[in-house]
Design a protein around this ligand. Sequence first.
Ligand code: 5GP
Length: 129
Amino acid sequence: MSIFTKIITGEIPSYKVAENDDFVAFLDINPNAKGHTLVVPKKEENKIFDLSKEAYASLMDFSYDVAKAIEIAVPCKRVGMSVIGLEVPHVHVHLIPINIMADMQFVQKVSLTHEEFVGLAAKIASKLG
Ligand code: 5GP
């Protein structure tokens, strides 16, 4: 069972941003930038291109709405999107509010307090249609 499945089942906590029957979005615990969010299918699958085309399209559709909310909630030049999965073998889309190229490089990290995580998650959630 992946760490993200444990988040989905509520076994471990997360700062949740959005959820429907098939997907959940929560803040990355070690973010590249404030508002760095992960969008995860509830059905555990390792690699994104092992998803059906339909599941992939639904994941992108859900990610679109979350990205739009991030763009409104978090000051940034744009929202970058990336899929890696080398650390956690459970499909997830990184949505990252970026200002400079380094924000997409997974080397510079920002630390946030619990209160900042709570505030960011609530602010992004409040901008969802
Ligand atoms: P990747 O698998 O795409 O290389 O990276 C996995 C991402 O998941 C990393 O950005 C890491 O900070 C994040 N991550 C790993 N464990 C947890 C966790 O327990 N909670 C949350 N919210 N994010 C996590």
